[in-house]
Design a protein. Structure first.
Length: 123
């Protein structure tokens, strides 16, 4: 499941990644823009194997915290959450401590994203 966090207006990168994952043989559900609450509701309903978040607006720490807290509150455990977008390397440790399984900054090669997500799904 892939979603854009909040009202982030950028969409091209997440669409490219969603298509690359699909072309690699993965089933992809693209939610478009979603609040943390909407995303948690969709995760509970759809039971995805992984959640991918996209953020280019700089609010990734707050939005990821809201998503992860919401998933925990809903009793969703064991679903890896990854994020991509404009993520400063200095924020990666905080995201990891929150429970984010992987961070893909701007310019991450599609092959790297596909390989890492495939590994998370196989774990």
């Amino acid at each position: 499941m892939v979603a854009k966090l909040g009202m982030d207006a950028h969409w091209r990168g997440v669409i490219v990644v969603a298509h690359a994952l699909r072309d690699a043989g993965m089933e992809v559900v693209y939610l478009g823009h979603a609040t943390a609450e909407q995303l948690v509701s969709a995760v509970v309903q759809e039971d995805p194997a992984l959640v991918g978040l996209s953020s280019l607006s700089g609010n990734h720490l707050e939005e990821c915290r809201a998503v992860l807290d919401g998933l925990r509150s809903a009793g969703v455990d064991g679903v890896p959450v990854v994020i991509g977008g404009t993520i400063p390397p200095s924020d990666e440790p905080a995201l990891g401590e929150m429970g984010v399984a992987a961070v893909f900054g701007s310019g991450s090669p599609l092959r790297t994203i596909i390989t890492r997500i495939a590994a998370l799904l196989a774990a």
